[in-house]
Design a protein around this ligand. Structure first.
Ligand SMILES: [Zn+2]
Length: 225
């Protein structure tokens, strides 16, 4: 998957409206009518858009995953925290990297087993509850720090995903996080920092990961030219 594609897939929910777009709006004369229409629609209707092509909803399967999460204290907490936000539409399909879009649609890889999919869903529900990992700074000079905070939020979510995998008994996961084994070898307080160090060292992506660092940096530069 290209960096651009990965980034698009990993854009996370910005709660409610789209505050980062508003100040730019009057200057963007080139915005197409379609984009304006979707922006307005998004602001007045919190309902997420339909599943993208190739993906479909499966309420029974979503319920199974939420039930699996609820069997683990941390999973139940992630589920409950997300329920106070507009709950995303969960779509199953051929997602190279399961992700949450800025419009509130979760695209889950349909080929994941139950425990692994539930753990990934827990990761994405943390983003739903906490908002987008990337909080745009006032100007471009703040982008480096904003990207690092976004990576820290991703490290939190990935570490949660690893704990959920273990708690749910995922034995041979399909998503091959290269840091998983080492994460479990170090002391508990060193685990999330280890994941963050890995994300900082792999801005252009790695097995199981989008180009998170590069993608957030580009989004920040595009929003704060
Ligand atoms: Zn994430």
């Amino acid at each position: 998957m290209t960096a651009e594609g990965s980034d698009k897939f990993h854009r996370t929910l910005e709660k409610g409206s789209h505050p980062p777009l508003e100040p730019e709006f009057p200057r963007r004369a080139a915005l197409t009518l379609a984009l304006v229409a979707s922006l307005v629609a998004c602001r007045s209707t919190p309902e997420p858009p339909p599943c993208p092509r190739g993906f479909s909803m499966d309420e029974a399967r979503t319920g199974v995953l939420l039930d699996a999460l609820s069997r683990v204290p941390e999973g139940r907490a992630a589920r409950d925290a997300a329920k106070s936000s507009p709950f995303p539409r969960v779509c199953f399909g051929p997602a190279a990297v399961s992700a949450l879009t800025s419009e509130g649609v979760i695209m889950l890889d349909a080929s994941l087993g139950e425990g692994e999919a539930a753990a990934r869903l827990g990761h994405l529900l943390m983003h739903v509850a906490r908002g987008s990992p990337l909080v745009l700074p006032d100007d471009r000079a703040g982008c480096d720090a904003a990207v690092d905070r976004a990576l820290a939020a991703e490290a939190d979510a990935l570490a949660l995903e690893l704990r959920l995998r273990r708690a749910l008994g995922v034995a041979s996961p399909k998503i091959p996080y290269a840091f998983e084994e080492e994460h479990w070898k170090v002391e508990p307080e060193a685990r999330t920092p280890l994941v963050l160090a890995y994300l900082r060292a792999h801005p252009d992506g790695a097995p199981g990961l989008d180009a998170l660092g590069a993608g957030y940096a580009r989004r920040c530069r595009e929003a704060r030219p």
